[in-house]
Write a protein that binds this ligand. Structure first.
Ligand SMILES: Cc1cc2nc3c(=O)[nH]c(=O)nc-3n(C[C@H](O)[C@H](O)[C@H](O)COP(=O)(O)OP(=O)(O)OC[C@H]3O[C@@H](n4cnc5c(N)ncnc54)[C@H](O)[C@@H]3O)c2cc1C
Length: 433
């Protein structure tokens, strides 16, 4: 099964292979020119490191520095499978050192401040690092305190959340031992890291309780401030919504979580009327998977690289991924304010564009790399079944021939569980995107 999934991707990948080689093809004099520049990567996770590794594929002697404080790298797309009892915590952890290539200088510290007028970054330890080109890949973080009472609720035996690894393991224990009552899942306001994960864990939990013979004792509620389950991809929404209604999920639209009261086990929502008004709604829970809001790390959201009205994200052109005011600054991944989905699948498409444009900039050419908003989602609909799809900025499905996106299949489940982690680790992090 996995072979079939891999096979189709390889077929699709072959089509991209020509583009892959072309975007990295530099003459030796061009490579020497690029070697004069210093590329500084802020954030050494999947975004920053995919760009750094690919840069070195094109120009092996390029000067690349990566600022990353962590010793342990988290494969976050695996968190959902930890919450579903399919992976163990150790399955999603990598030694950060094993991901850093010898050619990269690793500064194991935090970015404290960006000083783009001086082409400089200051670290928490006080090091001042100059650059010719800066690539920002700081990601986004969960702001647990953005929802009143949520942090306290997560300390109780009735709530857990798959966006934190320890809490994801706790979620699996809670879901597995759940004996019935109101199971409440929510979707946040603002931008979301992996906008499909809150849905996936509710679908898998519903399936778990069905297989355990408890389904008739559980009321499954999914509350979202949006007007649909998957508004970003209408073709998928049209298929999945009736599927979930048929499975008895209570879908509550235009409901934004405002607070949680752990003492009475109540989730408090604003029911939005679509005209700026709202009224309060209260929902009892026996099991809660509530989503906080997201934000970018402090040096980005409080610094000079963001702008008004974009929630602290990096202010980039959504097609070239170049900063709108500082042309030697580029963005990749979740922290970039492009409006694209915040997923590793997005990074697979963005990283080649960033590298192509970095080479263009270093060679004094106009930028030729264009990102079209492409992203993907392995939508786990039940144990053993997954819908896989790719979409663009307009919410249109792309490469439908390859994915058969509106079908729940076992092969995409196998690929999500066994294939995607390998692709992340060995293809993306080695710059072979
Ligand atoms: C529950 C869950 C399920 C998901 N499912 C999927 C999925 O099925 N498919 C998919 O494609 N994606 C999925 N994702 C999303 C995917 O994990 C993210 O989109 C991806 O990790 C973003 O990569 P990034 O490099 O932009 O940011 P991150 O991976 O978040 O990394 C940011 C890095 O910046 C570093 N950093 C932060 N602050 C500083 C600082 N001040 N100085 C220096 N470094 C700093 C951090 O240590 C970190 O290493 C999921 C995520 C979650 C949480």
């Amino acid at each position: 099964m996995m072979g079939i999934g891999a096979g189709v991707l390889v077929a699709g990948g072959a089509a991209g292979g020509y583009g892959y080689r072309r975007s990295l093809r530099l003459s030796s004099s061009e490579a020497r020119q690029v070697e004069k520049a210093h590329f500084l990567v802020a954030g050494g996770s999947i975004g920053g490191l995919t760009v750094a590794a690919r840069l070195l594929r094109g120009v092996p002697n390029a000067k690349v520095t990566v600022i990353e404080p962590r010793s342990v790298h988290h494969y976050q797309p695996g968190y959902t499978l930890v919450g579903a009892g399919v992976y163990k915590e150790s399955d999603v952890l990598f030694d950060q050192g094993s991901l850093m290539q010898d050619e990269m200088r690793w500064v194991k510290d935090y970015v404290e401040a960006f000083e783009p007028e001086h082409n400089r970054v200051v670290t928490r330890g006080g090091e001042r690092i100059d650059y010719d080109y800066l690539i920002v890949g700081l990601g986004v973080e969960t702001d647990w305190d953005s929802t009143e009472g949520l942090s306290a609720a997560l300390e109780t035996p009735y709530a857990a959340n798959i966006y934190d690894l320890k809490s994801s393991s706790k979620y699996w224990q809670l879901a597995k031992g759940f004996e019935g009552g109101d199971a409440v899942f929510t979707f946040p306001t603002g931008y979301v890291k992996c906008g499909g994960a809150p849905q996936k864990i509710s679908f898998l939990s519903e399936d778990l309780w069905r297989s355990q013979g408890k389904r008739d004792r559980v009321n499954v509620h999914f509350h979202t401030p949006q007007a649909a389950l998957f508004p970003a991809v209408p073709a998928v929404n049209e298929v999945v919504t009736p599927m979930m209604e048929k499975r008895g999920l209570n879908l509550h639209y235009r409901q934004a979580l405002r607070a949680v009261d752990p003492s009475t086990r109540t989730a408090i929502f604003e029911q939005l009327d679509g005209n700026g008004g709202s009224r309060e709604l209260r929902q009892h829970y026996d099991l809660l998977h509530a989503m906080p809001r997201f934000r970018t790390p402090a040096p980005l959201r409080n610094g000079p690289l963001t702008a008004e009205g974009i929630g602290g994200q990096l202010e980039v052109d959504r097609h070239t991924l170049q900063h709108k005011r500082f042309p030697n600054v580029f963005g990749v991944g979740d922290c970039a304010g492009t409006g694209a989905a915040k997923t590793a699948a997005t990074i697979r498409k963005q990283a080649p564009v960033v590298v192509q444009n970095l080479f263009d900039a270093a060679l004094g050419r106009s930028l030729s790399g264009v990102y079209d908003g492409a992203s993907g989602c392995p939508l786990l609909t039940r144990y053993g079944r997954c819908m896989m799809f790719e979409f663009d900025y307009n919410g249109n499905l792309v490469n439908e021939w390859m994915y058969q996106p509106t079908k729940e299949t076992r092969r995409w489940w196998q690929f999500k569980v066994h294939g995607l982690k390998r692709m992340y680790r060995h293809v993306m992090l080695n710059g072979w995107v």
